[in-house]
Ligand binder design. Structure first.
Ligand code: PLP
Length: 404
């Protein structure tokens, strides 16, 4: 029997907004082993704590194996939720009880659930542009109207937020932000700007969704408080993840929120989606997070390696890129953002040529909402070795110089 064609199946209208991306097709060609890829947001696999996982897995299965293998409640494994409420208080200043923490299948599921419970077609979501692609995809799949606001060196511009809030005919459903080592730019919001944004949002009763998968990957400077932990703040939801500090394959993240009604609806929505996050993986994650000294050491080690890789990438850009090229200097996270000298350069075409020269990145345009920065690109510095970073940036620099 032939596979059904699109003529025989009528898809939901919301799928019209989700198109296969040209970039993904090109990036598939860069998966060969001789390609140096700065494209994915992948942690360094050699730093996965495999042995610690092995020991923890054995301990779990020889002790509480029924709990680990049985269905569990949708909200998540209680000791993990309790641990997270203490952790959020300590690390980002969020006063949140375990009862307001929902364990999710990665923070990506948190984004999808928030969109599912909050967005009707045409609802407005405010984001900082450029923005995380996975969030844009989640919001667009519920047919939201996503409005991009620009940033300056301190983060999202408070004046533009004020302007948007008074200009829009219907209030936006929420504001989505990554304050620490943003994806894709690597930049962070200053302490003063966090206060301003939280205060404006509180005044307008605007829900703030803060996504913070990178906050612990800090190479310099002190930790900053979450938007929901500022002296004046309105309703908030905060997403976190173990993907970048333990391993993304586990798919464990969380959403915490100040709003009881929102929490209830997120739980109901998750029930319909997947009943619960895996009982075994939640226990595995808890076992590692709960080893305080080990965890601090492990994260310090990740930061040390990534900081060096960032430095090598910055030095390589300095020596290889033509004059007039600009890039961000992130003090943590996994990415930096490069703007090429000529505004007419199209980094999607550049990616096609780069792929045939065995180097890959993600072009800037798909991250943009509103003004398209087609001469920008995102580079990941966590996944390649220092030697490959030097080699890869040499290849990329050669290509860019040949075109400028
Ligand atoms: C800003 C941001 N949010 C959420 C995610 C999703 O992460 P996960 O679902 O693995 O927790 C990512 C992944 O790269 C990200 O960069």
């Amino acid at each position: 029997m032939n596979a059904p064609t699109d003529k025989e199946i009528v898809f939901a209208s919301r799928m019209a907004q989700l198109r296969p991306s040209a970039i993904r097709e090109i990036l598939k060609t860069t998966e060969a082993p001789d390609v140096i890829s700065f494209a994915g947001g992948l942690p360094a696999p050699e730093l996965f704590p495999t042995e610690t996982f092995q020991v923890a897995a054995r301990t779990i299965l020889s002790g509480d194996s029924t709990g680990a293998l049985q269905y569990g409640v949708t909200e998540g494994y209680t000791p993990l939720r309790e641990w997270l409420s203490g952790y959020l208080n300590e690390t980002v200043g969020l006063r949140v009880k375990a009862g307001s923490v929902l364990i999710t299948q990665g923070s990506q599921q948190g984004l999808d659930l928030l969109a599912k419970v909050l967005l009707d077609p045409g609802d407005v979501v405010l984001v900082e542009t450029p923005a995380y692609l996975g969030a844009l995809q989640a919001f667009q799949s519920y047919q939201a109207k996503v409005v991009g606001l620009a940033s300056d060196e301190e983060g999202l511009r408070a004046d533009l937020l004020e302007q948007a809030l008074s200009a829009l005919s219907a209030p936006p459903k929420f504001l989505y932000l990554i304050c620490n080592y943003q994806n894709p730019t690597g930049t962070s919001m200053s302490a003063a700007r966090r206060q301003d944004i939280a205060e404006i949002a509180a005044r307008h009763n605007l829900l703030v969704v803060e996504d913070d998968p990178y906050g612990r990957l800090r190479f310099e400077g002190g930790p900053e408080r979450a938007l929901g932990a500022q002296s004046k703040s309105g309703p908030w939801a905060y997403l976190g993840s173990t993907s970048k500090i333990l391993a993304p394959g586990l798919r464990v993240g969380w959403v915490a929120t100040s709003h009881a009604g929102l929490f209830e609806r997120l739980v109901t929505a998750k029930q319909a989606t997947d009943l619960q996050t895996g009982s075994f993986t939640q226990r595995l994650v808890f076992a590692l997070l709960n080893r305080g000294e080990w965890l601090d050491q492990h994260i310090a080690n990740l930061c040390e390696v990534y900081r060096k890789r960032r430095d090598v990438m910055l030095q390589s850009l300095e020596s290889q890129m033509p004059e007039g090229t600009h890039w961000t200097r992130p003090s943590g996270g996994l990415f930096l953002w490069v703007t090429l000298p000529r505004e007419t350069t199209d980094t999607l075409s550049l990616l096609r040529r780069a792929a045939s020269h065995q180097v890959a990145f993600v072009p800037g345009a798909p991250f943009c909402v509103g003004q398209i920065l087609s001469n920008a690109l995102r580079l990941n510095f966590s996944n390649a070795s220092e030697e490959n970073i030097r080699k890869g940036i040499r290849r990329l620099g050669g290509l860019v110089r040949s075109e400028s």
